[in-house]
Design a protein around this ligand. Sequence first.
Ligand code: NAD
Ligand code: ZN
Length: 239
Amino acid sequence: MLRDARRAVIFTGAGISTESGIPDFRSPGGYWTKHAPIEFQDYLASQELRREAWRRRFSMEETFASVRPNDGHKAVAELVARGTASHVITQNIDNLHQESGVPADRVIEIHGNTRYAKCLDCGMRMDLEPIRVHFEQHGDPPDCPACGGIVKTATISFGQAMPELEMALAEEATLACDLFVVLGSSLVVYPAAGFPVIARRRGAKLAIVNREPTEMDEIAHLTLHSGIGPTLKAAISAL
Ligand code: NAD
Ligand code: ZN
């Protein structure tokens, strides 16, 4: 299918990064089972939940700062470099597609990025390190130095509006593709999980590589219940 594709889209979820050592949400024993997500409205309303969100984020910092792209990310980067894939649409927030060499303008992050923070009012981008230092000194994250607004990691929480530009770019890429490849997503989080359906309706081929069955297996042309790294590495070497 990759050999025949002229303009593929690669759609990734937490599963592509587990081989790098970042736990996913819904595998047995995953992060989800241990920490209930903090919804956007609660983050806005409660200082205590903002503290909790930052505690969780900083407890993951060592992981996020040390992880490296794995064979799955590298295979995806290779597909983009060869021109087989036009874009990578990712639900991931870990920045590993960019670190594997996919140009930033080819990565569409529909759930944002946890490697930096943003002011929720004025949108100013902030590094995490000064926020961590402030948090350790004062027990609270700082307010935005420009406007005094609430600061949050640059991710999209449950209950938070999807980023308009990224959603539009993702839809455009999906409508234009002839092959849509899902890698490591349970396809239960909407609207993200709607993209494979859009691609399929539009006549693109749909392939899913995911260890466990997904919500969309029935409508896929190809489903591989296997590990992403080894599967993609083998696929690339056969091209
Ligand atoms: P998910 O946890 O719902 O599903 C991941 C799927 O990947 C599971 O079905 C699992 O069986 C499969 N999987 C795990 N490792 C695999 C491997 N090595 N090979 C093949 N399949 C594998 O993840 P989701 O659908 O992305 O939804 C979760 C949400 O959480 C997303 O919005 C995402 O933004 C966020 N999230 C991101 C990260 C990250 O950035 N790395 C990590 C956890 C959660
Ligand atoms: Zn601000």
